[in-house]
Design a protein around this ligand. Structure first.
Ligand SMILES: CC(C)(COP(=O)(O)OP(=O)(O)OC[C@H]1O[C@@H](n2cnc3c(N)ncnc32)[C@H](O)[C@@H]1OP(=O)(O)O)[C@@H](O)C(=O)NCCC(=O)NCCS
Length: 290
């Protein structure tokens, strides 16, 4: 087992996540690329442990304290006994009175050992529902007059960060900055032709949708989508999303997944995805110790 502080360990986590991915998995390799790059400002508090089979064998488990008391984890379903080691590491490493974790409801190889260790399902907390779309019958994206759709260029980091902030500051100012966006745009498997924006007449970006393609399974993760506050409810969320999905299909993707809130505390994101044709699948479960 190797422990990391900060952002190190991403590629090893992605190695396992990709190797054992199936529609029953919570994480796509794009989730890890996005979460660990876009939130780099918080990374000083992160703790990560990666378990490898021998010194040169495959990665078989990882655990990530993305908050001092909150565990994200992945374990090779062929090695379910390793879940106990990840849980043990979590209890040794975590801070805080209330320890929590989350899994996809289909991850039985994680759920059973977590419950055996005393974690109980908490149905009061927000949860996320995977939504799926096949790319064989996509609607055509339409941008309102005066606005254009295109993918970003590698040198547009500052504008790309600005549109993220303009869309993600409803509740509190977004911490996205040029450094974090540069980290996103240099993280594997980022591809600028799968990172779409709506541009206004002044040349500003006013909406964005980023897709991460896992070429091994031809599946794209949509993460994130955002529309600047002043431009909402004009169909831009749909248009930029559909444009990115068409680009995903052109790049060899056959289906896409997105993970909006499934509870009624934040319904507009899933309403957007369902309006495009995404259909709900499995949900996450939030678990508390004790
Ligand atoms: C969610 C978000 C991207 C929607 O963008 P948008 O451009 O306003 O969405 P659209 O105009 O394309 O709406 C398409 C459909 O989504 C649904 N929808 C969008 N906003 C909604 C809202 N506030 N309430 C209910 N349904 C909503 C509707 O079905 C809508 O169709 P309609 O306008 O014909 O009723 C935007 O509100 C946003 O950026 N929010 C903050 C970031 C965010 O939550 N991103 C998604 C997280 S996974």
């Amino acid at each position: 087992m190797t422990e990391y502080a900060g952002r190190d360990g991403l590629r090893e986590m992605q190695e396992l996540t990709q190797r054992v991915w199936s529609p029953a998995s919570r994480f796509h390799l794009g989730d890890l690329a996005w979460e660990r790059s876009a939130n780099a400002a918080r990374s000083a508090d992160w703790r990560t442990a990666v378990w490898r089979d021998g010194t040169v064998g495959p990665v078989v488990a990882w655990g990530w304290l993305e908050q001092p008391g909150h565990l994200l984890m992945a374990v090779d379903p062929a090695r379910p006994e390793l879940a106990d080691q990840v849980i043990h590491w979590f209890r040794e490493t975590a801070d805080g009175d209330q320890l929590a974790t989350g899994v996809l409801e289909t991850e039985h190889h994680l759920l059973a050992p977590l419950e055996a260790a005393g974690f109980r399902r908490d149905d009061q907390s927000p949860y996320y529902t995977h939504h799926w779309i096949s790319l064989d019958a996509l609607a055509t994206p339409v941008a309102p007059d005066g606005l254009t759709l295109r993918h970003v260029r590698a040198d547009e980091v500052a504008k790309r960060a600005a549109v993220h902030r303009a869309a993600w500051s409803d509740l509190a100012p977004s911490k996205m900055n040029e450094g974090a966006m540069a980290a996103v745009m240099s993280a594997w498997p980022y591809r600028s032709e799968l990172d779409w924006v709506v541009v206004n007449e002044a040349g500003e970006f006013v909406a964005s949708a980023l897709i991460w393609l896992d070429e091994q399974y031809q599946v794209g993760l949509v993460e994130p989508v955002g529309v600047a506050t002043a431009y909402r409810r004009q169909g831009l969320g749909q248009a930029v999303n559909l444009a990115a999905l068409h680009a995903l299909r052109a790049a060899g993707g056959t289906r896409a997944v997105v993970c909006p809130r499934g509870d009624d505390g934040y319904p507009k994101a899933r309403a957007l995805y369902q309006s495009i044709g995404f259909k709900p699948g499995s949900r996450t479960l939030h678990l508390l110790l004790g």
